[in-house]
Design a protein around this ligand. Structure first.
Ligand code: DP6
Length: 351
């Protein structure tokens, strides 16, 4: 099925420099558990962010011995270079020219590195976009849809969730009967006409509760699902949640949306608590914020809710509508105090 992405062997001899920008994304139904080469154990869906992005430039020196140098905000990163070198080798069957030169990759994030916002998603997304810009020159293929699809496919081989960052809005990755054309090897946009307008103008404010290194890497976290006794039930539940979400997205049922999204976030964390070894990824501030959000919702009836990544920071989600100002004032007054350094990253999804 992925044969369509195999490359042809036209090689160019000239040096090239390409640049691309790619946003991060935040999952609503989470990807947690995978097989080889980031084949997901269940389908997932995310919002692609807007302001939180990685900007990347790749200079390719044709004909030089294969090698990769990487710079993050101007500082040379040797470990990252090693990772990208390995990544290029794993995708060489899809881009046959890729080992025929030397690379200098300069990359910067528009959000703080310590924020826990998935820089691997935007990072691999941006690299995959750059690679497809190079590939256009080698292959002469210019079909935009194909290039975007292949970029999503290549990004997945770098980091699973990255494949969702190649499209705007709501994006699905992983085979599910609920979304026609969905596939494990790459992501596709969720059909726009199946999304109620209330979901098309949404805030994601990230409270930076803890800015240190994550206590568990995604790779280790996914690996722990292999021995988690609840894993199979969880994978099934993600499928079931797609059935519910499909209806919610169509009807604009915000209350059920909130319930489902928070349940997904808490399930991800529950899975980590039930792993062997166990991990508690929340901090005290995370719990305090969650309780305050729940009280706020009870008292005001306003649509402020949360999702979490595999870390302590809280993504505050709320629609951009006439209630948004009251919600924003509450966040600044009541929730910011639970961050380490008044850390708040504001993003908004509009599509
Ligand atoms: C909790 O995509 O970072 O953010 O495929 O091993 O690179 P790898 O993992 P990664 O996992 C992300 C997990 C998550 C949920 C999600 O984004 O769906």
């Amino acid at each position: 099925m992925t044969d369509e992405f195999l490359g042809n062997a036209n090689f160019l001899t000239s040096d090239q420099t390409v640049s691309a920008s790619c946003p991060s994304n935040i999952a609503l139904i989470k990807y947690w558990g995978k097989y080889d080469q980031q084949i997901p154990a269940n389908p997932s869906i995310s919002y692609t962010l807007n302001h939180c992005r990685t900007n990347t430039t790749i200079a390719f020196y044709a004909g030089d011995a294969f090698g990769v140098q990487t710079f993050l905000s101007g500082k040379e990163e040797f470990k990252f270079a090693e990772k990208i070198g390995k990544y290029f080798k794993t995708i060489s069957e899809y881009l046959p020219w890729i080992l025929t030169g030397r690379y200098v990759i300069s990359t910067e994030n528009t959000f703080p590195h310590s924020s826990g916002i998935a820089s691997s998603a935007s990072g691999f997304g941006a690299i995959a976009k750059c690679l497809m810009l190079l590939d256009e020159q080698f292959s002469g293929k210019t079909d935009h849809h194909f290039l975007q699809k292949k970029a999503s496919f290549l990004a997945r081989l770098g980091s699973g969730s990255a494949c969702r960052s190649l499209y705007e809005g709501l994006v699905v990755w992983g085979k599910t009967p609920e979304v026609e054309g969905s596939f494990d090897a790459y992501a596709i946009p969720y059909p726009n006409d199946e999304i109620h307008s209330v979901f098309k103008n949404f805030n994601d404010w990230v409270l930076l509760i803890h800015e240190g290194e994550k206590s568990v890497s995604s790779t280790v976290g996914h690996g722990l699902m292999k021995t988690n006794p609840y894993a199979e039930r969880r994978f099934l539940e993600a499928q079931e949640n797609f059935v519910l979400l499909k209806e919610i997205l169509k009807t604009g049922d915000m209350k059920r949306f909130i319930q489902l999204v928070e349940h997904e976030a808490l399930t991800l964390h529950a899975m980590m608590m039930m792993s062997e070894p166990a991990f508690i990824l929340m901090k005290t501030g995370t719990l305090e914020v969650i309780n305050k959000i729940w009280n706020f919702r009870k008292e005001t009836g306003l649509d402020l809710f949360f999702t979490l990544d595999a870390g302590a920071n809280v993504h505050l989600l709320f629609p951009e509508n006439s209630d948004a100002d009251e919600i924003k004032a509450f966040v600044v007054k009541e929730l910011l105090t639970h961050t380490q350094n008044n850390g708040l990253v504001k993003d908004v999804m509009r599509f």
